[in-house]
Design a protein around this ligand. Structure first.
Ligand code: NAP
Length: 281
């Protein structure tokens, strides 16, 4: 089956599906790397061609799983990985990226993110990102866990270069960014990658999501993802180590939430009415 996923367009015109694949906890001891790689491949088969990973996950183990999943089918896959803040110096960023490339079994990463803000000056990290870009080792760079004030500072520091995306915690139970950062990002044309879109699985089985799901013959997880798919410029990256649940998550794109569904969701998960500092996991 060929996927009919909504797309998000990055600055510069590259399009990616609005539903990608997370990898946190993959490759950890006690996990099943073969099943995890099969889950990622199930998603790729459906057109969920954006895979999010990080050097932090399982100390590189998740990148190894991604490498296995994309082996022999690298073309058309949009790989996102992240450098840890303590590695994000001018030279450390480059070394970290080269190690990630080896684990991923590839010669480039489409999008490389600073995982969260640390002590290295942003200017140094951006300089390293630009070097990696010039060397063709990354296609673009971005950030994660940056609130609006961090983004404003980043744009100033990086100018004329710009981040391609900001990856933040965003799901029905964590709607804080709807107060400011989401709109600001849409206006700036910087897509938001919504991490933990199922609130790490906690939204699964929520009674209101189940109720809305019954109308659409859908699961609570699918309703939670369908909500994020209504937001322009947002890419949701649910993680599942099960091919069956990846296929279930993909079908969230078939749900058309009605205004009554959205009213029920707003009642159960009220949107923010004041600024709150960006939450992170
Ligand atoms: P999530 O995607 O919200 O939830 C994952 C959990 O939900 C797993 O336990 C998974 O279990 C379960 N699940 C997935 N689909 C399901 C379904 N259809 N029905 C029932 N359960 C389901 O949480 P997340 O992994 O924290 O976030 C997603 C991705 O965002 C991460 O994997 C990572 O790539 C990224 N992330 C980034 C940051 C950051 O700081 N930038 C932080 C957190 C996460 P199974 O695997 O057993 O299916």
């Amino acid at each position: 089956m060929k996927a009919e996923l909504p797309a998000v367009t990055f600055p510069g015109g590259r399009q990616v599906p609005a539903l990608g694949l997370g990898t946190w906890h993959m490759g950890e001891s006690g996990s099943s790397p073969a099943e995890e790689a099969a889950s990622l491949r199930a998603g790729l088969d459906l057109g969920m061609t954006l895979i999010d990973t990080a050097e932090m996950y399982a100390d590189g183990g998740a990148e190894t799983v991604v490498g296995e999943a994309i082996r022999g089918r690298r073309d058309g896959v949009f790989v996102v990985s992240k450098v840890l803040p303590h590695n994000a110096s001018r030279t450390g960023t480059i070394a970290a990226c080269e190690t990630s490339l080896k684990r991923l079994g590839t010669d480039h990463i489409e999008l490389y993110l600073l995982h969260w803000r640390g002590n290295h000056p942003l200017a140094e990290t951006v300089e390293a990102f630009e070097t990696l870009k010039a060397q063709g080792k990354i296609g673009a760079w971005g950030v994660s866990n940056f609130d609006q004030d961090d983004m404003v500072e980043l744009l100033d520091v990086a100018e004329p270069a710009r981040p391609l995306a900001n990856q933040v915690l965003y799901n029905l139970a964590r709607r804080g960014i709807e107060y400011d950062l989401l709109r600001w990002s849409q206006v700036q044309g910087v897509p938001i990658m919504a991490y933990s879109p199922l609130d790490e699985g906690r939204l699964v089985g929520h009674p209101v999501l189940e109720e809305i799901g019954r109308i659409h013959h859908a699961s609570s997880a699918q309703v939670a993802l369908a909500f994020l798919l209504t937001k322009p410029g947002v890419i949701a990256i649910p993680k599942s180590g099960s091919p069956e649940r990846v296929r279930e998550n993909f079908r969230a794109s078939e749900i058309r939430l009605t205004s009554e569904d959205l009213r029920l969701l707003n009642e159960a998960f009220p949107p923010p009415t004041r600024k709150r500092p960006l939450e992170m996991i």
